[in-house]
Design a binder for this molecule. Sequence first.
Ligand code: CTP
Length: 407
Amino acid sequence: MLPVKKNSKESNPQTKDILLIVAAMTLGGIFSYTYFQKYYYNKKPIRIYLDGCWDVMHSGHYNAIRQAKMLGDILIVGVHSDEEIAYHKRLPVMNNEERLAAVKACKWVDEIVFDVPYSPTNALLDRDDIKADFVAHGDDIPYDADGRSCYEEVMHRLKTFKRTPGVSTTMLINRLLAASKYIKDFDNEIDDSNIDENSNTEFHENENVESKDNRCETWCQFLPTSHRVGAFSNNRAPKANDKIVYIDGDFDLFHVGHISALKEAKAKGTYLYVGVFDDITIQKHKSVHFPLMSLQERILNVLSCRYVDEVIIGSPFEITKEMISTLNIHLVVNSSTTSFVSKDETRFNIPKQMNIYEHIIPKDSSITTNALIHRLVKDHKLYEEQNQKRIQRELKYHNEKKYVPES
Ligand code: CTP
């Protein structure tokens, strides 16, 4: 059969199709551009408000801040005053300045407001320095001193996230109280209201490291996962032109003394590696009563700090030539607030010989782990009494809790 010849109109259907496609693409392009303009360029950032006591900052707090930040674009963190915490909860271990400094150093915090009420109100969220669209809290909504839910008024603006199980200030105070019992002159010190917070603390050391298990029941409930570490990580490897600084320590009860050391160390270069010693190294070189936070808890705290680029999990005690070349370290910093082994400086011999060693005394070096223990020793009866009530509350929360997914 001969092929049928089509007329000229029918013979050119592709031209029509192409024209239609071009028109659709142009219209689609204009529409997408307008959409992009409206929703991305002109989009109003979502402001999230998250308040807290932030006393003895721990990985649960940092994870709360991280999750709250993911609920919006700008995170405003409210910090309660010492008086507000003492009235509604308990005597804080860390004071206003120390708690503020810890929050300020956290990499997910965009803005801070101090001295906020324990129960947020709509007027507070609308205040000029806050202007929050939403308020965030863990799924453990607290009650004020009068037994009222703190989030009653702002319930319609509340977004919750998963509370991190297994870690809390209450548990840490318990660990501090347990460790303080081993201080040699514990009984004398509690009668003395003028003890020097930074005086050397001597512990009863009658147990050997291998058999040591003096940790209270509030020690090991924290479940670290690689996902959690990944979520905290910056995921940034050093670039060829980075000046790499290294600092190490125990970073136990991560506090303002540690933070100011990290800030000063980072200022000496462009990339900061932080070596975090494992638990056994700390027991061996410091005391069998330490650390009070596990290695996993300590690395998460350090990773939350805005001055830190990367951590070495369970870093070597001695800084070797191999380590310096592997990590391409340009400067090793030793700080009076991160190093607990000031007597043994031989571990720095190699960087000293290579002329890449510097000892710093950070501006804020007033606080140490021992200082915190002394604070608890001073008021230990009060802390014990207040903590018992909170432990019961926490146990109730854990017992009744169902699975909640994490952001
Ligand atoms: N938070 C959390 N996980 C924890 C501890 C606290 O997600 N393990 C959250 C709280 O839900 C709250 C914020 O951190 O949204 C601030 O908590 P804060 O007021 O400091 O204290 P608590 O909730 O009582 O925690 P803690 O007992 O540790 O003081």
